[in-house]
Design a protein around this ligand. Structure first.
Ligand SMILES: NC(=O)c1ccc[n+]([C@@H]2O[C@H](COP(=O)([O-])OP(=O)(O)OC[C@H]3O[C@@H](n4cnc5c(N)ncnc54)[C@H](O)[C@@H]3O)[C@@H](O)[C@H]2O)c1
Length: 253
């Protein structure tokens, strides 16, 4: 098993893609720290991992808060005894025309998505370097980290920031044995997007924008995340892997 006895930390582990990563990593032998702002959701994922025969520890964390993000890494290291992989899956988004977006909303999205990727990654990187150990970080970018979309100014800016941060950390931490990569998913059916699927016209648009004519399930993104996190793919760093059903491949005429 690729993650036998490895410590895998996941932010946003209480729902969607992060939850799928927790379950899949545990099924491959990892011991998991499930971080989420919502303590109940983190506990529910940890219970699902344990029900499947794995080991998981729920940790309440606000990734946008420096002290909380640092504490998450410390608590996880104490619980798991080591650090190997960090997956930054906590994220939120706004929907508003750019001229109507409030500064508070802008700040909230940038704080959770961009600072909330930087802070746990910095704390994780510091602990690894102090211990002289290698590790891997996988970030959640988005197709909207590669291009714009209507009414998503803060989200698009935050995810372009995640792409830049991924490259920057890969560059600075490579010689310390820390690989940093990101996935850029297309539309994935999770709590974040569930509202889209209540609207027939929107569901049609979602089918149309992807070359494959469908959306993704969280497990399909989790599989790509674990590819980037696996030791066997040790020469991959600074990569932004589109897992987008061909959305960014081109526009249908
Ligand atoms: N679903 C998609 O279509 C899609 C597409 C591209 C990228 N993404 C990205 O993937 C990641 C996961 O998205 P998802 O669809 O699984 O969303 P989700 O809403 O199902 O899960 C996100 C989790 O993050 C947690 N969270 C929110 N703010 C937090 C904070 N401050 N601290 C800690 N946890 C916090 C939430 O409680 C939730 O459990 C996000 O970064 C999202 O932007 C999602």
């Amino acid at each position: 098993m690729r993650f036998q006895d490895q410590a895998v930390l996941v932010t946003g582990g209480g729902s969607g893609i992060g939850r799928a990563v927790c379950l899949m990593a545990a099924a491959e032998g990892a011991r998991v720290a499930v971080g989420d702002l919502d303590a109940d959701r983190a506990a529910a994922t940890a219970e699902a991992v344990r029900d499947a025969g794995g080991e998981a520890h729920p940790v309440q964390v606000d990734v946008a808060d420096p002290a909380s993000a640092t504490r998450f890494v410390e608590v996880a290291e104490t619980a798991l005894g080591r650090l190997d992989v960090l997956v930054n899956s906590a994220g939120i988004r706004e929907i508003a025309p750019v001229l109507e977006l409030s500064f508070e909303e802008w700040q909230r999205v940038i704080s959770v998505n961009l600072s909330g990727t930087f802070l746990p990654s910095q704390a994780f990187g510091r602990r690894l370097v102090a211990a002289g150990r290698p590790g891997r970080i996988v970030n959640l970018a988005s197709t909207l980290g590669l291009m714009a979309a209507p009414q998503r100014a803060a989200y698009v800016a935050s995810k372009h920031g995640v792409v830049g941060l991924t490259k920057q950390m890969a560059l600075e931490l490579g010689e310390m044995g820390i690989r940093v990569n990101a996935v850029a998913p297309g539309v994935v059916r999770t709590a974040l997007t569930e509202r889209y699927f209540q609207d027939e016209a929107m569901t049609r648009v979602i089918r149309d924008i992807h070359a494959l004519g469908r959306w993704a399930e969280p497990e399909e993104i989790a599989r790509a995340i674990l590819f980037l996190a696996a030791e066997e793919n040790g020469f991959v760093t600074g990569s932004i892997l589109a897992v987008d059903g061909g959305w960014t491949t081109g526009k249908k005429m």
